[in-house]
Design a protein around this ligand. Structure first.
Ligand SMILES: Cc1cc2nc3c(=O)[nH]c(=O)nc-3n(C[C@H](O)[C@H](O)[C@H](O)COP(=O)(O)OP(=O)(O)OC[C@H]3O[C@@H](n4cnc5c(N)ncnc54)[C@H](O)[C@@H]3O)c2cc1C
Length: 101
């Protein structure tokens, strides 16, 4: 949510995240959720199952952040960051704040 705020973005979620109570169903992306096609999609800890990617694979640019370099999401990502979201996202927020006007 904090990264989305600094970027002026919206937060979407996988069904796993919705089921775990991290997000409301209206934010679920995929086969049983909504389809999105943003200029930039940042997949944070998303494995990349077909039921999810069906709702976002037409995004203009996809960046994935995943601890598993073999995660299926990386096959459709333009950039894949191998790492823990808890480490990577705070760095992205810091860098963006430092480098944007
Ligand atoms: C009929 C049907 C309909 C479905 N509809 C949808 C739908 O509409 N939308 C949807 O999303 N899913 C849907 N699903 C579920 C889908 O198959 C997947 O189970 C779901 O998308 C997985 O969500 P996930 O990637 O968040 O979780 P997981 O599959 O559990 O993957 C978690 C990923 O995060 C990575 N990870 C874990 N910890 C970290 C960390 N600290 N930092 C970085 N990476 C980390 C792991 O390596 C893994 O790749 C549907 C399934 C069925 C059967």
């Amino acid at each position: 949510h904090e990264l989305a705020e600094v970027l002026g973005a919206e937060v979407g979620a996988s069904r796993a995240a919705v089921d775990a109570g991290f997000a409301e169903h209206a934010r679920q992306i995929g086969q049983t959720g909504v389809t999105v096609r943003p200029k930039l999609f940042i997949a944070c800890g998303i494995s990349g199952q077909i039921q999810h990617t069906a709702g976002m694979d037409q995004s203009s640019m996809i960046i994935s952040i995943n601890t598993d370099p073999e995660a299926p999401i990386n096959r459709i990502a333009d950039y894949a960051i191998t790492g823990d979201v808890n480490d990577v996202i705070p760095k992205m927020i810091k860098y963006y704040k430092q480098n944007s006007k």
